[in-house]
Ligand binder design. Structure first.
Ligand SMILES: [Mn+2]
Length: 418
């Protein structure tokens, strides 16, 4: 019978004194250490958020015993409710305010560079939606993003469907604005064509050199594809910029049957660094990260991270533009991204999440994990914001001359009923 099968027949378990004869020393486990470390994380921001929610969303009905619950859902809870920004971070509707935050999430909803499956224009919204599942606390890292950093979501860049060059200009402009403010840009794509304008947006704000760690199954470094710049071409154009040396481009996870020979030729000619999936498997995660960091940081001042979700085995990320089996296991990818981030990055992009091809939002969830793990790792290592000292050519972009004092706040103006 079911019950009997589950009952232990070990003699130790039948002793009345206890279930185990020898209790293992749990204090050697990371789990034990993390449990103790949680006590040292402050909780003041969470208390403040609850107070804020009551002010924004009214106090709750009398029958609600927990008086921290508001009438209208505001802030983190409940996870299924609300109007989602990434991780329910404040929406920086006025982008002149992004500089007030350590990091800024911005969407680049564009799939005009796609050469197979489209749909990544819905990537930013897909990632935002499932990101609501997360709390800002990570048990194993013993960090709480809400307490230890500030984050905003600036919404999406106005991309131009069907026009890749105009879209590139918009993306570079948006990224350069965020980067110049000192806030670290986290760009959610979008297909991988956005890699070029994202790096360009950063590169034009500094005279310093930038290395790139690129996680992908694909090399993405040919000059053109189907006669245009596409999602297979970002690194050719990025490494044409004088302060983005090709020798500091490290491409991790490359392999399989979808790497065009034109790309390999360019990689060979420009002396980029390719670490294949098999290399990673042979060396292990730690050695791979160490080698990638050594090459990316060699003689540069900042490193940018480009994470293509298709670097992970397509069994885990079906919602992507060019699925390829044989990729990273999720825990390998997260460990690698975390280790690269711990050295400090000046910005990152997460690309190729295509919600129309996704199942149960698992691809978007994986993308969310990459971003929060990167932030957690940076907070843990104390490197968030370290790149700021290298912003020596910040841009200052004009805003429109709309004056809220005389015009009110668009059609939702609270001044009076029409
Ligand atoms: Mn790819």
């Amino acid at each position: 019978m079911q019950r009997d099968r589950n009952r232990s027949h070990h003699p130790a378990d039948r002793r009345p004194s206890g279930r185990r004869a020898h209790h293992p020393d749990l204090s050697s486990l990371l789990g034990w250490k993390a449990m103790q470390a949680e006590a040292d994380i402050p909780g003041g921001e969470w208390e403040k958020e609850k107070q804020w929610a009551l002010r924004m969303g009214l106090t709750a009905a009398d029958s609600i015993e927990d008086r921290a619950i508001p009438t209208f859902a505001r802030g983190e809870l409940p996870h299924y409710a609300g109007i989602n920004t990434f991780l329910k971070a404040p929406y920086a509707e006025d982008v002149s305010e992004v500089g007030l935050y350590d990091a800024t999430v911005l969407g680049a909803p564009f799939d005009g560079g796609t050469t197979y499956r489209p749909g990544t224009r819905f990537g930013p919204q897909g990632v935002r939606k499932i990101s609501a599942l997360y709390t800002p606390y990570n048990y194993e890292m013993a960090i709480d993003l809400r307490e230890q950093m500030s984050l905003c979501d600036a919404g999406d860049i106005f991309t131009i469907p069907g026009n890749i060059e105009k879209t590139f200009d918009q993306i570079s402009r948006a990224v350069s604005h965020v980067f110049s403010s000192g806030s670290m840009p986290i760009i959610i794509g979008g297909d991988h064509s956005i890699g070029y304008p994202c790096v360009r947006g950063i590169a034009e704000c500094t005279s310093k050199k930038i290395g790139i760690v690129h996680f992908d199954r694909h090399a993405d470094i040919q000059e053109k594809d189907l006669d245009e710049r596409m999602h297979t071409t970002p690194w050719f154009h990025a490494t044409n910029m004088p302060n983005v040396p090709a020798k500091n481009l490290v491409q991790v996870g490359i392999g399989g049957w979808q790497v065009p020979r034109e790309a390999v030729k360019v990689a060979r000619e420009r002396h980029t660094n390719i670490i294949t999936m098999s290399d990673m498997e042979r060396m292990g995660v730690d050695k791979t990260a160490e080698m990638a960091l050594e090459m990316a940081w060699d003689g540069v001042d900042m490193v940018y991270m480009s994470f293509d979700i298709d670097s992970i085995d397509c069994g885990f990320v079906p919602g992507t533009g060019w699925p390829e089996p044989g990729g990273f296991l999720p825990r390998e990818a997260l460990a690698l991204a975390g280790k690269v981030a711990a050295q400090g990055i000046c910005g990152m992009e997460l690309v190729e999440v295509s919600p129309p091809y996704d199942q149960s939002e698992i691809t978007a969830l994986m993308g969310t994990r990459v971003i929060v793990d990167v932030l957690g790792s940076m907070v843990s290592a104390g490197v968030l914001g370290k790149h700021r000292e290298h912003i020596d050519k910040p841009v200052s972009l004009p805003m429109g001359d709309y004056d809220a004092a005389t015009h009110g706040r668009r059609w939702s103006t609270p001044a009076k009923r029409k």
